[in-house]
Design a protein around this ligand. Structure first.
Ligand code: ZN
Length: 176
């Protein structure tokens, strides 16, 4: 792990930025680097993962059928990846400030849950609230193992992975 302290922050321009680079060895994926920057002054945060070996644009599909086991499966999500859960009609697209990270299926699941919980609590529109409520019910069923859930990760950089032998990987057609 390498750390560089006191770099200039791109947001607040104070020299309070800490840059961290960590090396990970992930089974069946290989070595990858996780970069992150954190500003102690303004809280700016950015992170990404990059595989050491060059990867092809990929589409990764995984079906959660047994949450007890499946939730522990490791996921590498790069900043360029789109994560989709078709049964919830939800997707998280890469944005300007998208982060890359290593997590597990549960971590991905909880990110979607947080989006819905915030819509349920904070939306001004009743139908958005109601829809979020219903989707949260669906998520509880998935958590209990009563319903299956497919997760799809599309990554034009190829730097994403779901570490399981139940995973389906295909080539991603990159739109030009
Ligand atoms: Zn800052």
């Amino acid at each position: 792990m390498a750390e560089i302290e006191n770099q200039e922050c791109p947001m607040c321009h104070e020299n309070k930025l800490l840059m961290i680079e960590q090396e990970y060895e992930i089974p069946f994926f290989g070595k990858c680097f996780i970069f992150s920057v954190n500003c102690a002054k303004c809280g700016y945060h950015q992170a990404d993962v990059e595989a050491v070996d060059e990867k092809e644009p990929c589409k990764i599909e995984f079906e959660v059928s047994n949450p007890k086991e499946d939730f522990k499966i490791r996921v590498v999500k790069s900043s360029q990846a789109t994560v989709k859960i078709p049964s919830l009609k939800m997707s998280v697209e890469p944005a300007v400030a998208s982060n890359g990270y290593v997590t597990n299926i549960e971590g991905i699941f909880n990110r979607f849950k947080k989006i819905l919980e915030s819509e349920r609590e904070n939306s001004e529109e009743d139908d958005v609230k109601k829809k979020a409520k219903n989707l949260l019910k669906k998520m509880w069923k998935i958590e209990c193992g009563d319903e299956k859930m497919k997760i799809i990760i599309e990554d034009p950089s190829g730097n994403s992975a779901i570490i399981s032998d139940k995973v389906l990987i295909s080539k991603l057609k990159v739109k030009k």
